[in-house]
Design a protein. Structure first.
Lengths: 475, 92
């Protein structure tokens, strides 16, 4: 409803500044310019004048009142000026009346509007802003347990999910300036366009906070590219799922873990961002185990696998920077990963020795006699990273060393060699075979400060044949 | 008290399509064999081709660029235009 012409004030009776300006409002009510007063909590306040009851806060919400008193001047249906709190010269100018409030102090800041009291923004957004949400509504019966109802509808990955009430979805959407109706990506396998709103609903399910939503949106965008090939990654019989590596200031801002147990449980953004992506694939894309998801064994990471890189403690440039994102910008990198393979080396004190350990373990990715098919993500811990830092080894130097160490003798790799039928085609027996394709080994830095352990995350079919790692900068 | 939830699932309404009528016989029919590029899929399809040809079918062979991605729409269209039936071979 448009504001009435003239002066319009919003007040609440328990605000000392509103009480202070009550005589001023009474004085203005008798003036030449019409005055309308909306009271947020007491239709009898201020006493002795006509007041409109805004107890349901609709007018306050629609006019985005943040402070009381707020005084508008409305001319021909348009707000020409807004004041918050009490400041005599401003009120005199706006009202055109001089000598307002004799005896009052020159200035008093206002109080918070009732629309901003705890719990109110969400409740009011649902009451008055619910039409922003385009999704179908599901009304549960009085005797239905919401958690059972959601599981019964197939919305979950097997763990309980947070009920996506309109309040929670609207609050989630506060995490992004993007329009809820904007299309984020076309999600496989059903190739369904996912809106910002649908992603937000699934982020609620997953347990995200609103500030994680931009990361989830970027992850969904990256996953649904042709290069990343989420369809194939879902449909494969292999163990893999999308692994989300977060770089840049967003990681610290939303409280992500890149330290102890970074690849494990216990940190909310780490645990829920990757889960939200997987729930989008499940619920929007229609990708479910036993349906298009044909994994033979799967892996626990398919519930959601997300961590941040330890940039402050890293001896090297961050993964996203290495992949073309400007330093200081936030980004996600998606990797088609299939679980965690620990690497121990507690004795190497030189980078040469430690690189040999990495190479020996990397050789076993998927199968020690297979090469070029599988990518890998090497997560170097701080205690291992220190060995390279102290020796002055760049990431490029380490990668070069690993490439050299992982040029493997075809005779050891071919089918039948070492009494193992699996292996590379026989015609490669004389060749020198690199374990990884160019660009097929990613290196990041994360983990706690104690432990001479690192991690290999095995990939899936690599490159154009399968999945290419995809980095997406966040807006 | 009832609770209202926002549906997290897709709201598309897929177009309904009826299944093509079953072929009455194989003689003189054009049958596509789609190799999805899995190792040794060709071994399986070679044998199927022999059997189909023995039954009088004309066999056309097609191949996906990679087993890890859906068949390109051009390939699907080509098969639909040129053939009356299709057998897709999975193999490892």
């Amino acid at each position: 409803m448009p504001l009435p012409e003239g002066l319009v004030a919003f007040v609440r009776s328990d605000c000392p500044t509103c009480v202070l300006v009550a005589p001023v409002l009474r004085e203005l009510a008798g003036g030449d310019v019409p005055l309308t007063v909306f009271s947020q909590d007491d239709a009898g306040f201020p006493e002795g004048m006509e007041v409109l009851d805004d107890g349901d806060l609709r007018q306050s919400w629609e006019n985005t009142i943040e402070i009381v008193p707020t005084l508008f001047r409305v001319e021909r249906g348009r707000v020409v000026e807004v004041l918050q709190g009490w400041r005599r010269p401003d009120w005199e100018r706006l009202s055109g009346v001089t000598g307002l409030g004799p005896g009052l102090p020159e200035f008093r800041p206002g109080c918070g509007s009732r629309t901003l009291d705890p719990g109110f923004p969400e409740r009011l957004a649902t009451l008055y802003g619910g039409e922003r949400l385009a999704s179908r509504r599901v009304r549960l019966g009085e005797s239905e347990d919401p958690f059972e109802a959601m599981a019964g509808r197939g919305w979950t990955d097997g763990l309980p999910v947070v009920p996506p009430t309109p309040e929670r979805v609207l609050r989630m959407l506060e995490g992004t300036p993007r329009d809820p109706a904007e299309e984020v990506a076309v999600v496989p396998p059903d190739l369904v366009p996912a809106t910002v709103e649908k992603v937000a609903v699934n982020a609620v399910l997953a347990g995200c906070r609103p500030e994680y939503l931009p990361v989830v949106l970027a992850a969904v965008e990256a996953a649904c590219t042709d290069a990343f090939n989420m369809h194939g990654l879902l449909a494969t019989t292999w163990h893999s799922g999308p692994v989300v590596v977060v770089n840049g200031p967003v990681a610290a801002r939303i409280g992500m873990n890149w330290g102890g147990n970074a690849l494990g449980q216990g940190n909310r953004p780490n645990s829920t961002i990757g889960r939200a992506l997987q729930l989008v694939v499940r619920n929007v894309g229609g990708g479910r185990p036993g349906g298009v998801d044909r994994a033979t064994q799967g892996s626990p990471g398919k519930l959601g696998f997300c961590f941040a890189e330890d940039e402050p403690g890293s001896p090297w440039e961050p993964l996203a920077v290495e992949r073309g994102v400007a330093p200081g910008r936030s980004a996600v990198t998606l990797f088609a990963g299939a679980g965690v393979q620990p690497v121990v080396d507690q004795l190497s004190r030189t980078p040469e020795s430690l690189a040999r350990t990495f190479a020996a373990c990397l050789r076993t990715v998927a199968h020690p006699k297979q090469a070029l098919v599988w990518d890998a993500l090497l997560v170097v811990s701080p205690e291992h990273g220190r060995v390279f830092r102290e020796a002055g080894w760049s990431k490029a130097r380490l990668r070069q060393e690993l490439d050299d160490l992982l040029r493997l003798a075809g005779s050891e790799m071919v089918r039948g060699a070492a009494g193992i039928a699996e292996g590379m085609p026989l015609e490669m027996a004389e060749a020198e075979i690199p374990k990884f394709r160019p660009g097929g080994l990613l290196i990041v830095h994360a983990g706690g400060t104690a432990g001479l352990f690192s991690t290999i995350i095995c990939g899936w079919v690599s490159g154009a044949m399968g999945s290419e790692p995809v980095t997406r900068e966040m807006n | 008290m009832t609770i209202e939830l926002i549906d997290p699932t897709s709201e598309r309404v897929p177009a309904g399509r009826s299944v093509a009528p079953r072929l009455a016989g194989l003689r003189g029919r054009r049958i596509a064999l789609l190799d999805i590029s899995k190792p040794r899929g060709d071994v399986f399809l070679d044998r199927i081709a022999e059997l189909l040809q023995a039954d009088g079918a004309a066999v056309l062979r097609f191949r996906k660029p990679t087993f890890a991605k859906p068949a390109p729409s051009d390939l699907r269209h080509e098969i639909a235009v040129k053939c009356e039936g299709v057998i897709e071979a999975l193999a490892d």
